[in-house]
Design a protein around this ligand. Structure first.
Ligand code: ADP
Ligand code: AMP
Length: 215
């Protein structure tokens, strides 16, 4: 299964990706997570990405495309992959198509998660992320047992800089202007499957698996 997840920030891509990646036994490749891991390690890539991430802007295509090209050469892709957060504009989608064409491994589907803006704001403002393992929690919807502590690894939970209100507004604009057009691109390619991203996490996963099985 070679799958791309598309949807605005906060739609639940990372949350669904964990379950879908486990269901299909494929790696979850999140470009946001790769940038954050580089940031944590203080690599030149992380330093370069930070200025864009903190402002809610896209990291330049030249940097992002090469990072993804490199990731897609790794030896863990025999069963496929689940891309989360890439592509984020039509130029990236074209580069992805070319990379996969070279490898003779085209995408099977693009799953769009649909959600209202009002709900996005609630999800992003309450999102807390584990500093240690990266697991995502929510102050109301997915509460850790002890406030501020990750149930999985006991790491400290923090609020992402780019989940603060000023940056969220810009990220939503960037989504509409730059990322939303890939939905039409993939519709044209006959790959698009759209489902609602509202409701309990496990129901959304079930709908996704059913919709993918039908396609
Ligand atoms: P994305 O990867 O699309 O930015 P996340 O998966 O990080 O989104 O989810 C954003 C926030 O919303 C997280 O705090 C997560 O716990 C919460 N969340 C995800 N899916 C749901 C859902 N179906 N219902 C309620 N909250 C959710
Ligand atoms: P995410 O974790 O997917 O919300 O991504 C966090 C931030 O990382 C984004 O707001 C961008 O600044 C950057 N980023 C992630 N994926 C991409 C991408 N495909 N292209 C450009 N920037 C990206």
């Amino acid at each position: 299964m070679r799958l791309v997840l598309v949807g605005p920030p906060g739609a639940g891509k990372g949350t669904q990706a964990q379950f879908l990646a486990s269901h299909y036994s494929i790696p979850h490749i999140s470009t946001g997570d790769i940038f954050r891991a580089n940031l944590k390690e203080g690599t030149p890539l992380g330093v370069q990405a930070k200025t864009f991430m903190d402002r809610g802007e896209l990291v330049p295509d030249s940097v992002t495309n090469e990072m993804v090209r490199d990731r897609l050469t790794k030896g863990d892709l025999a069963n496929g992959f689940l891309l989360d957060g890439f592509p984020r504009n039509v130029a990236q989608a074209q580069v992805l198509r070319d990379i996969l064409k070279e490898k003779n491994t085209p995408l099977d589907a693009v799953l769009e998660l649909i959600i209202e803006t009002k709900e996005i704001v609630l999800r992003l403002s309450g999102r807390r992320t584990c500093r240690n393992c990266g697991k995502v929690w929510h102050l109301t919807y997915e509460k850790p047992t002890s406030a501020g502590i990750c149930d999985s690894c006991q790491g400290e939970l923090y609020q992402r800089e780019d989940d603060k209100e000023e940056v969220v507004t810009r990220r939503l604009e960037v989504y509409e202007e730059q990322t939303a057009p890939i939905v039409a691109f993939y519709k044209g390619e006959g790959l698009l499957i759209s489902i609602s991203a509202t409701g309990p996490v496990s129901e959304i996963t079930d709908h996704a698996i059913q919709a993918l099985a039908k396609s």
